[in-house]
Design a protein around this ligand. Sequence first.
Ligand code: SF4
Length: 355
Amino acid sequence: MFNNSQENGRAGQRCKVNKHLIIAGHIIGASLYQFRSQLLAWYEARARELPWRKNRDPYRVWLSEIMLQQTRVAAVVEHYHEFQRRFPDVKKLSAAREASVLAAWSGLGYYRRARMLHAAARIVAQKHGGKFPRTAQELRMLPGIGRYTAAAIASIAFGEPVAVVDGNVERVIQRITGNPLRGEKLWTEANGWLDRQRPGDFNQAMMELGAVVCTPRAPACLTCPVVHLCATRGELATGKKAAPRKKREAHYALNYRTNGRGCEVFLKRRSIQSSLMAGMWELPEIDDLSQVRSGGNAEPCLTVRHSITVTDYTVRVWRTSAPRSKGKWIPVEGLNNMALTGLARKILRKAGVIP
Ligand code: SF4
């Protein structure tokens, strides 16, 4: 681990070492000061402008951290503003109906996160008077907040000196040390590297470096602010293999009509006991394609691609009523406020049913 006897500014006058020193996978001594100051200077100059970085309001930080779990930054940016508009603070979120929260979450996937977010908002509003706990330890008592998320909120919003370890930080540490550290050793290492004067910025800088420079494939070492301190300067063989992706095909029925009440679309609600996307609305799935084909439908009306965890789906949509499907006619103008699955929203958009 970095030697913390040389903390930050106090070590400035000793910072004459211009080559890195790595012993048993750990950068030590003055290199620690260099690493922190160069990483932070790079972050200040180059950090992406992201909506949740505008201030350190714990509600905004918390919301972004939950949304970013297993979701691309671009997708989160798309949903973040709208979610904020509907639920601008923790009290508004706690008072909302679950269906409204799920509707605003629609398209981000992993809906359990939205339910946990809602449950945590209620606890913050009811037990903490609308104020977030300030330490990582207390934050971990809230639903949906694990070790990483608690450390991210506590350091960014409240300046608590706790390090985060996510996939990006793990990769950066492993490459810089040249050591495939894992588990508790990795957390210990990250805590040793942390800038205790600016823990929130430092944590974000580490994650930013991993996200935009020290990427999983083909890291941009030539533009890396800490290249001279890095033992690997490229990909490190960690022995980790990406999970193989599966391919599947699925078929859904798209059925809409226009009557005196305007345009309506036929949807069905997923079981409330379902382990995935419980209680959300989707198009009826077609189990037996032969019935659709025998009804005169030779070709699907559209095809979309959709990925869930490690499975890539090719989804064929048929303009038909789904045989024996239980469901409900839903007015199109009400769809925006419904908890639609991401796939249903994608299909309805592509079909031009919703904007
Ligand atoms: S030099 Fe390359 S491998 Fe090392 S931290 Fe920078 S981007 Fe990552």
